[in-house]
Design a protein around this ligand. Structure first.
Ligand code: ZN
Length: 211
């Protein structure tokens, strides 16, 4: 999980929502209006909790924002950094889970390009979870890579405070960073990178191994 600068929100999210100029919230952007709609839906026992992306000019919002999210991570998963994500199956992750934070279900800063394995986090959340676009976040501040045979494990950086190590542990756990054969796959990629002539970092998964 490497730092990714949050880019400017796509205009479909920041456009002022129709009909909100005179309502009780005042003029609000689509990203908040759609969140409020989802919140009222899940609070209504007569309606299903199923999450649906809002529609903008006849298109689903997840399709409209996917390119921007992909560009933010160069087609890598924002959490495990697997690449190329478009081919291997991608999804949009709600960092703060949508059923617990429905207002943030369409909020640009809550959304990340993500692989299916990392998205098994589901509705779990912890306030100590590390967010990859947090200003000042660096992989090496929180994590270290530990070689063990033919595997590379991600561990909390032992030189950091207990609280920072707790954040690292929570992030490793909720995104399964040492599960799904990832340690073995990281070792394989690390060898491949070292065997390459002039490797381009962005074309390899797990870029934190080479930074
Ligand atoms: Zn992932």
């Amino acid at each position: 999980m490497i730092f990714r600068q949050r880019t400017i929100a796509p205009s479909c999210l920041t456009e002022i929502a129709k009909g909100t100029l005179n309502n009780r919230y005042g003029a609000i952007e689509n990203q908040l209006a759609w969140g409020l709609q989802y919140e009222s839906k899940i609070k209504n026992p007569l309606k299903s909790n199923d999450f649906q992306w809002a529609t903008y000019q006849g298109q689903k919002v997840n399709q409209l924002i996917e390119d921007d999210l992909r560009n933010m991570t160069q087609n890598h998963c924002a959490f495990c950094d697997i690449f190329p994500l478009r081919q291997s199956g991608r999804t949009i992750e709600h960092f703060r889970p949508k059923t617990r934070f429905p207002k943030e279900s369409h909020l640009w800063t809550n959304l990340f390009y993500c692989c299916h394995a990392c998205q098994e986090k589901g509705e779990q959340f912890d306030e100590n979870l590390i967010k990859p676009d947090e200003v000042g976040y660096e992989f090496s501040s929180f994590f270290v890579c530990r070689f063990d045979g033919d595997a590379i494990y991600i561990k909390p950086n032992p030189r950091r405070t207990d609280q920072e190590q707790n954040s690292a542990n929570v992030t490793i756990e909720l995104y399964g960073l040492n599960r799904f054969d990832r340690p073995e796959d990281r070792f394989r990629v690390w060898r491949q990178f070292n065997d390459s002539n002039n490797p381009t970092i962005d074309e390899f998964p797990y870029r934190f191994l080479f930074l």
